[in-house]
Design a protein around this ligand. Structure first.
Ligand code: RP5
Length: 184
C-alpha cells in the first residue's frame, strides 16, 4: 500500500493543502517538477480544495504509480493531476489504472522545451484520455480540477463565477491603463 500524508508534513512535496480529506491528487515525476507543480497546489489552496502531493515516476517507481492510481477512488480522491517532463508517461499510466479524470501537465524540458512532454502526455489512445493543459500549465490544471469538483459543489461553483469576474476586472483595468497612444 502506498503511504500518502494527508496533513502538512516537513517536505513540501508530500503534504495536504488543508486539514480536509484530499480531493485532488497531484503527482510529479521528479522533485525538479515541483516549482511548476507548486502552482497547482497554490491554486487549489486559494479555492479551499484539499489536495495531496507526491513524487512518483512512471519509469523510476512504476509499481508505486500503479498502486497509487488503483487505490485513488477508495481513498476519496476525485481528480488526479500529473506533471512530467521529457518522455512524460506519468499521466497516461495513471489514466490506465483509474477511472478518475486525469489532467496532464507537460513540464518544460531542457532539450526540446517541453514539446516532447506535451506530445507524450496528450497523444493518448482512444478510450484512455488525459486532459492535457499547456506546457507548465499547472495552475490551469488546478482550475480544471476545480471545475470538475464544482459540478457537485455549489460553493466551488460560486467561487469559479467570482474567479471569472476577477479575470474580467483585471483585463478591463489593464485596458484602462494602456497608454492613450496605444489604445484604439
Ligand atoms: C521526468 O524527467 C520528470 O518528470 C522530470 O520532468 C524529468 C527530469 O527529471 P530529473 O532528472 O530532474 O529527476 O521523469
Amino acid at each position: 500500500m502506498v503511504k500518502v500524508a494527508t496533513h502538512s508534513a516537513t517536505s513540501p512535496l508530500r503534504h495536504s493543502a488543508t486539514d480536509g480529506r484530499p480531493l485532488v491528487g497531484i503527482l510529479m515525476g521528479s522533485d525538479s517538477d515541483w516549482p511548476v507543480m507548486e502552482q497547482a497546489v497554490k491554486t487549489l489552496e486559494s479555492f479551499g480544495v484539499p489536495c495531496e502531493s507526491r513524487v512518483l515516476s512512471a519509469h523510476r517507481s512504476p509499481e508505486h504509480v500503479r498502486e497509487y492510481a488503483a487505490s485513488a477512488v477508495e481513498r476519496g480522491l476525485k481528480v488526479l493531476i500529473a506533471g512530467a517532463g521529457g518522455a512524460a508517461h506519468l499521466a497516461g499510466v495513471l489514466a490506465a489504472h483509474t477511472t478518475l479524470p486525469v489532467i496532464g501537465v507537460p513540464i518544460e524540458s531542457k532539450s526540446l522545451k517541453g514539446l516532447d512532454s506535451l506530445l507524450s502526455t496528450v497523444q493518448m489512445p482512444n478510450g484512455v484520455p488525459v486532459a492535457t493543459v499547456a506546457i507548465d500549465g499547472a495552475a490551469n490544471a488546478a482550475v480544471l480540477a476545480i471545475q470538475c469538483l464544482a459540478l457537485s459543489d455549489a460553493r466551488l461553483q460560486r467561487s469559479l463565477v467570482e474567479h471569472k469576474r476577477r479575470l474580467t476586472d483585471a483585463n478591463l483595468a489593464a485596458d484602462q491603463h494602456l497608454p492613450r497612444a496605444k489604445r484604439a
